[in-house]
Design a protein around this ligand. Sequence first.
Ligand code: FES
Length: 67
Amino acid sequence: MADATITPGDNGPYHVEGDFVLIDGAGNKFEVTDDAWLCRCGESTNKPFCTGTHRSCDFIDSSRVAR
Ligand code: FES
């Protein structure tokens, strides 16, 4: 059973639910308990977290899992 689930929201961030550790490119660790929204539009001013900017930058993507 997975410890976390990742849901790419239509035209918005990844919603990650569960307990997990986020490690940035410099190796800094951020422990998340419960949930977080991670930017996937590239326009957040607080990456890797979503700031809601995707709503004003015309980000469009509806990811679906292909099997
Ligand atoms: S997905 Fe929300 S700011 Fe990028």
